[in-house]
Ligand binder design. Structure first.
Ligand code: NDP
Length: 332
């Protein structure tokens, strides 16, 4: 079977460009015993993929130059060498960035597309949704009545983190995002109590204005200046779910908060987490967030880019903030 794949052409220094990627045609063999051949329907582009383009040790191995990129995808089984899966089954797996994927049947998860569309398993019902759920509930241990600030709030993780905080009884939820349209979307569509455009000026005065009594929880998707301002705005015994630092991923000279001594004086907890460590929370997440989704209490937006050949544009667009909600690529 002929298949197109997107390879890493070279390791970017600073911002990736079109030259970072190369489209390659390959032959994919039919499935052997215990394997399935999957035609990909949707793939995810994630900020963490930027980190994997560097030749650096992290919690997942780096991508290799001249090899296919990988990442979350959903696809339809077209040929099966396994008695567990039949053609037509839709599965979630980790071989995105290609049209066809040859996979061990035991490494994929069958999904139910009568419950939600296939792409939802890359967003609200998938890894970003679980990340938002863990960050608010387990990591920040948000309590009802608390004031919560979420950065990157119009993206996949942030939009859900804010909504989950509200549904779990937050007193006030404030979001930040990078355009006036996104700010409006947060307060008018997603139920945030207040929101601001972080590109309009420094974060500290915005938080003083929107949370005059301080914040209790900060869900950090961006790091840098917004993290420093949040440390300053946090109340005593405040907690930070350290989820991501996208403002730093393309920086050759990253900047960090200069006010870490406030962690001591205000008895703050800043806790990093990686979603992959928390599979034990998957069932609780699906039950609670899946329930809210069915009841229409959670809204999940998607920005869909059509065509595998445009996957690099989708990835670069996501890094630039062109997505509202989860950025996915429709492959077939
Ligand atoms: P998003 O859907 O939020 O897309 C990324 C967004 O980041 C863009 O839309 C853009 O929105 C924003 N952004 C880009 N540059 C900057 C900047 N300089 N300052 C502030 N915001 C910026 O992505 P995800 O929801 O998938 O991921 C959000 C964060 O969560 C990332 O940091 C990611 O690494 C992290 N993450 C962590 C996981 C974990 O296990 N810890 C798992 C999954 C994600 P805007 O227009 O608002 O600028």
């Amino acid at each position: 079977m002929k298949s197109l794949e997107i390879h890493l052409a070279s390791r970017p220094v600073g911002w990736p460009t079109a030259e970072t990627f190369r489209q390659v045609e390959v032959d994919v063999p039919g499935p052997g015993d215990g394997q399935v051949l999957v035609r990909n329907l949707f793939m995810s582009v994630d900020p963490a993929m930027r980190g994997r383009m560097n030749d650096a040790k992290s919690y997942v191995p780096p991508f290799q130059v001249d090899e296919a990129l990988s990442g979350g995808a959903v696809g339809e089984v077209v040929e099966s060498g396994s008695d567990q899966l039949v053609p037509g089954d839709v599965v979630l797996h980790w071989l995105g960035w290609r049209q066809y994927a040859l996979l061990e049947a035991k490494s994929v998860r069958k999904i139910d597309t009568t419950v939600a569309p296939a792409s939802a398993y890359l967003g609200v019902l998938g890894m970003p949704g679980l990340t938002a759920y863990l960050g608010i509930i387990d990591i920040a241990q948000m309590k009802p009545g608390e004031t919560v600030f979420v950065s990157g709030a119009a993206g996949a993780v942030g939009s859900l983190a804010g909504q989950i905080a509200k549904l779990r009884g937050a007193g006030r939820v404030i979001g930040s995002a990078g355009s006036a349209e996104k700010v409006k979307h947060l307060t008018e569509d997603l139920g945030f109590d207040a929101a601001f455009n972080y590109k309009d000026g420094p974060t500290r005065p915005q938080l003083k204005r929107l949370a005059p009594d301080g914040i209790d929880v900060y869900f950090d998707n961006v790091g840098g200046e917004q993290l420093e301002a949040s440390i300053a705005a946090l109340n005593r015994f405040g907690r930070v779910a350290m989820c991501g630092a996208i403002s730093q991923y393309n920086e050759t000279e990253p900047v960090g908060p200069r006010n870490l001594s406030l962690i001591i004086t205000k008895r703050l907890t800043l806790r990093g987490f990686i979603v992959l460590d928390h599979n034990d929370r998957q069932a609780a997440f699906v039950e609670e967030v899946g329930g809210w989704l069915r009841e229409g209490k959670v809204k999940s937006e998607e920005t869909v880019v059509e065509g595998l050949e445009h996957a690099p544009d989708a990835f670069l667009g996501m890094l630039r903030g062109e997505n509202v909600g989860k950025m996915v690529v429709k492959i077939a």
